[in-house]
Design a protein around this ligand. Structure first.
Ligand code: SF4
Length: 462
């Protein structure tokens, strides 16, 4: 039986309930929950952490409650996790079930996270005593200290001094289980680290339910120390910087590079093409350990980027892509199909851009109208559904300019072309598998192209 604890900190993300992510096999511990655990520990609370990452059944939470018999439960969806920012209905249902289990046992419940911030009334109706909108650290600690919070707590100013954040309480989760899954599937263990909170940019489809349009960054010395601790304590092989945008300030990156030293820990991160225009900056990325960068390319059509308020140009994409390639950094491009106003010709322009730049990785999704965004406001009268059930469902949730089949064909066409341009023959066993994959895409390419052209005729009347 689990030792009893007065406070149980949990999250609601169950990887087996998210099939695509489960297949990708890249689980990260719940960073936000573990930072909260470290803060609550430091404040002297007797606590345990419930991590259902690998649990297929939400019902096991009831066993955890019966084992620990806590007086209070906080269900903290990780605000750093991309899948949680998508506000998936499967995880929302899991949270509601967890709330019910706790309330049935007379336990006080606080909930927080991206979906909670979007839909606080739903969580309140599901039985949560306290629903936090926005950043949860302050309200959580107050509630644990006995401040009589109740109902929906409105958004407050966010924590500005991130030097006060402790390292996550990694020992509260089963770190070997994460290591084992990563190494079995990818041959190396990658852990998540946050260097900053928030994003100051304004892409109008991007939801910022936790930190809004604020931006605060941790001291580079702290981040470097955390990365080193992951390597020395646990043998982590590389790092995923979870920030919406990594190293916005060149001076921060230069300092991180100095702090991490001459044997940097390899990392992957997200950034923007307009931050990758200066060669010295890209050189600092490479020298500080950056091995792969993901950027939101979204579209090869400038008017679509402008409609998204992306504040980037196709020319900047070309320059960023070239500099990354020249400095040996792998390029991952996010592409977005179906933004209102995008035409068949625009989709072909996106496909052409991918053929031209040849990034090592791509991720293709359809536009997803998240509540609270200008994009959501723009299409709210045409909504057919509000949320995806699982990550990368790629269901178009609103009456779009073309039918769903058009976007399915466009996605498959771009994926096939990408697989073909990245194919390089070699004589290894894996090379044989890759050759078979390329042959598969080559055979299917005409079908996707034909389907796309056919579906393009079914555009919704303007
Ligand atoms: S830069 Fe990225 S995180 Fe920031 S608003 Fe745009 S899409 Fe969102």
């Amino acid at each position: 039986m689990a030792p009893m604890a007065r406070v149980l900190l949990a999250h609601n993300y169950h990887l087996p309930l998210d099939p695509r992510e489960a297949k990708a096999g890249k689980p990260y511990p719940p960073l936000g929950t573990l930072v909260s655990a470290a803060m609550a520990e430091a404040a002297g609370h007797d606590l345990a952490v419930y991590d259902p990452m690998f649990t297929p059944r939400v019902e096991t939470f009831a066993d955890a409650l019966d084992g620990h018999r806590p007086a209070r439960v906080a269900i903290l969806a990780d605000p750093h996790a991309v899948a949680q920012k998508m506000c998936l209905t499967s995880m929302r249902e899991a949270a509601f079930t967890m709330i019910r289990y706790a309330k049935a046992r007379g336990i006080g419940v606080l909930v927080a996270g991206p979906d909670t911030s979007d839909q606080p009334a739903m969580y309140r109706a599901a039985g949560a005593d306290v629903v936090v909108v926005g950043e949860h650290d302050g309200p959580l600690l107050e509630w644990l200290d006995g401040v009589p919070h109740g109902g929906i707590l409105p958004r407050r100013p966010v924590l500005a001094d991130l030097s006060r954040l402790p390292f996550p309480a990694w020992d509260r989760v089963d770190m070997p289980a994460y290591a084992e899954r990563w190494r079995a599937k990818h041959g190396a263990w990658e852990m998540n680290v946050s260097t900053a909170r928030g994003c100051p940019y304004r892409c109008n489809w991007c939801a910022k339910p936790t930190w809004g349009r604020t931006y605060h960054v941790r001291p580079p010395e702290h981040v470097a120390a955390e990365v080193r601790a992951l390597v020395s304590r646990y043998g982590v092989d590389r790092v995923w910087f979870t920030d919406d945008i990594f190293a916005i300030k060149p001076v921060w990156l230069r300092k991180y590079r100095e702090c991490i030293g001459d044997t940097p820990v390899p990392y992957r991160c997200l950034t923007r093409v307009d931050l990758l225009q200066d060669e010295a900056y890209v050189a600092d990325l490479a020298a500080s350990g950056c091995r792969e960068v993901w950027v939101g390319v979204e579209s090869g059509a400038q008017h679509v980027l402008d409609a998204m308020d992306k504040d980037c140009t196709v020319a900047e994409m070309r320059r960023a892509s070239g500099l990354l390639r020249d400095h040996g950094i792998r390029r991952g491009f996010f592409l977005q199909l179906g933004y209102p106003g995008e035409t068949y010709q625009d989709v072909l322009a996106t496909a052409r851009l991918i053929r031209e730049l040849g990034p090592e990785e791509i991720g293709v999704t359809v536009s997803y109208p998240l509540p609270g965004t200008p994009f959501h406001d723009r299409v709210k009268d045409r909504l057919r559904a509000t949320n995806w059930a699982a990550a990368m469902d790629n269901e178009v949730l609103f009456e779009s300019d073309y039918p769903q089949a058009f976007y399915d064909a466009a996605r498959e066409l771009i994926r096939s072309e990408h697989a073909l341009i990245r194919f390089q023959p070699d004589l290894s066993r894996q090379g044989a598998r890759r050759a078979a994959g390329a042959m598969y895409h080559l055979c299917r390419w005409p079908m996707h192209r034909g389907k796309l052209a056919w579906q393009a005729r079914r555009a919704r009347p303007a």
